[in-house]
Design a binder for this molecule. Structure first.
Ligand code: DAH
Length: 337
């Protein structure tokens, strides 16, 4: 009678164990078979009605079934739990990776960096000056007449009566000529401001690189040699160039330099207004008044100076057709460089 119950219970356990698939199933199994009110405990109860001499044998059989069940239950429990952790820690290989944004140099910075590296390779140092300038450095020391139109509110942003947002990087020349010993050979890159109507071609701030060389016996030929060397390095050795006489208050004589349009190779296009030429910089010999204003004797030293814009050149080089887009900080635009 008890033999039969034991066999039956062992069979039931053998059927139920493999179908355990979740923590809930585990708990249900434990309550059914292994708890104090479970079916194995019930078998121990029936031992009471077994004849005394048979008790040890049945006792051993039930103990063995209990141990075996506990052990198999424990094994099953471990399997279920490790399956749960594996599922939790599993790598989902279909999940998209984390993208890292790569920085790029701004096109204006790239153009400036290239200009800087050409001039530094020619022995020029780099000097920066303030963007808020006084009238003296921006105009007066540079030999602008008191009523020169550039000093007009129309063209210049005034911070106060005597203080402006610099309209060019040329005032840095005054600072270095006053502060540093000769010989001086520096370029002065930076941002400048003008009260311009904003359009695809012009903005109220832009960038320039000025250059200055002051020493004994600096000549116009030195200036031309430097400009041609720069232009061939920067625009390509096959470009043609020409110098035209010009006027700036702070240089005498003054010139402007044109190069053959690098978009149409001089044939004539919309960009060069069908002339085949692009104006790329202004330059000249430092005016004696400027040398004097900066504490130098024009009888014993001379110098040349030049200045060029960065933004328009960058438009042309990178084929951008609206200058405003340079400063919209649109990542889709900036990522193209
Ligand atoms: N400062 C001038 C401008 O903004 C450019 C320039 C011309 C700078 C001749 C110079 C120079 O140093 O020599 O248009």
């Amino acid at each position: 009678m008890l033999d039969h119950s034991i066999t039956e219970l062992r069979d039931a356990i053998g059927r139920d164990l493999p179908s355990i698939a979740s923590p809930d199933d585990l708990e249900r199994f434990r309550i059914t078979y292994l708890s104090r009110s479970g079916r194995i405990a019930a078998l121990y109860d029936t031992l009471k009605s077994v004849p005394k001499e048979e008790k040890p044998r049945y006792g051993q059989l039930i103990n063995a079934l209990k141990q075996e069940t506990e052990q198999r239950f424990e094994e099953r429990k471990q399997e279920i739990e490790s399956r749960a952790t594996a599922a939790r820690d599993a790598v989902d290989i279909t999940m998209p990776g984390r993208m890292r944004d790569k920085g790029t140099r701004h096109p204006i910075t790239r153009t400036m960096d290239e200009m800087k590296s050409i001039f530094t390779s020619m022995g020029f140092g780099i000097v920066y000056g303030p963007e808020v300038e006084d009238d003296y450095h921006n105009f007066e020391a540079l030999n602008f007449a008191p009523h020169h139109p550039a000093r007009d509110m129309q063209d210049t942003f005034f911070v106060k009566d005597d203080l402006v947002l610099r309209t060019h990087t040329t005032p840095v020349q005054v600072r270095v000529m006053k502060d540093r010993p000769l010989p001086l050979r520096v370029i002065m890159p930076g941002r400048v401001y003008r009260n311009e109507a904003v359009s695809a071609r012009s903005n109220y701030f832009f960038h320039q690189v000025d250059g200055l060389y002051v020493d004994k016996h600096v000549t116009f030929a030195d200036l031309k040699g430097t400009l041609v060397t720069f232009a061939k390095n920067f625009y390509g050795s096959s470009i043609q160039y020409r110098f035209r006489p010009s006027y700036f208050p702070f240089t005498e004589p003054s010139l402007e330099m044109d190069i053959t349009c690098f978009l149409c190779a001089g044939k004539g296009c919309r960009i060069c207004k069908h002339s085949g030429w692009l104006e790329v910089l202004g330059a000249g010999m430092v005016h004696p008044n400027v040398l004097r204003n900066c504490g130098h004797d024009p009888e014993s030293v001379s110098g040349y100076a030049f200045g060029m814009g960065v933004d328009r050149i960058s438009l042309l080089r990178y084929g951008v057709d609206d200058i405003r887009i340079f400063f919209e900080n649109d990542i889709r635009f900036l990522n193209q460089f």
